[in-house]
Design a protein. Structure first.
Length: 238
């Protein structure tokens, strides 16, 4: 399915929801861009994010790890006293195993996101927020990646998808959506030795982060170049 056909499908979904009395939030309206300042001697980073509901953005943990501050930019931002750029975000949930973080951001609005699953051969749509824009891709296969957790030497398994498109630096945290407009994945990286391949975290990991307790905030400790208060969700085998 090409981009124009998928756009028509998503538009049809929006019209159907409107006919049922509910206005949906299209994937591109959920997309934001993240920019961080460094904590101590850590590096500045940038990435993408997904507005999952009013006031909350799902992002990539490795993008915000070590951040002194995080700011969000995006046309989806709307509030009385903020512009559509450089809105501060608070890191409330950080999951080193899944490479996901949940940010509190005043002024972002969206209907609660619906999660979905995908299979090999399914077409997915990039929500945007990163340099790749909003292309389509195909799920190559579900995968279980053996990898070190973010800012950790512990080897973990991360459940996700391999897709047939090479993402760009800055795409991490961007959402992958199916034809029904459901969030099925969050981009986290690409292999070093393949041109047309990338990886995304899948629903089971995203769901755990979205349902985690939201009662703690990371703070920068410049002397240690790290955050000193954190919420780390213990990896589970499901």
């Amino acid at each position: 399915m090409n981009r124009s056909r998928l756009a028509l499908v998503l538009a049809s979904i929006a019209l159907l929801a409107l006919a049922c009395g509910e206005e949906p939030t299209p994937p591109e309206a959920r997309a934001v861009t993240l920019e961080t300042t460094a904590c101590g001697h850590a590096s500045r980073t940038s990435g993408a994010g997904v507005i999952v509901e009013d006031g909350w953005v799902l992002a990539s943990a490795h993008v915000v790890a070590g951040a002194g501050s995080v700011e969000v930019t995006g046309s989806a931002l709307s509030a009385k006293d903020v512009s559509a750029k450089d809105v501060p975000a608070e890191i409330v949930v950080f999951d080193a195993a899944s490479d996901l973080a949940l940010l509190r951001v005043d002024g972002v609005t969206a209907k609660p996101v619906t999660l979905g699953d995908a299979g090999a051969g399914d077409i997915v749509y990039f929500g945007g927020g990163g340099p790749s824009g909003a292309p389509t891709a195909s799920i190559t296969r579900p995968v279980e990646v053996r990898i070190e957790g973010v800012r950790s030497t512990e080897r973990i398994r991360r459940r996700g998808y391999e897709i047939d498109r090479r993402v760009e630096l800055g795409d991490s945290g961007g959402g992958l959506f199916d034809e029904q407009g459901r969030l099925v994945g969050s981009i986290f990286g690409r292999p070093l030795d393949e041109l047309d391949s990338s990886f995304a975290v899948r629903r089971i990991e995203i769901e755990r982060v979205l349902t985690a307790e939201r009662d703690s905030i990371w703070e920068c400790d410049p002397t240690g170049h790290r955050v000193i208060e954190q919420v780390i969700i213990e990896a589970t085998s499901k």
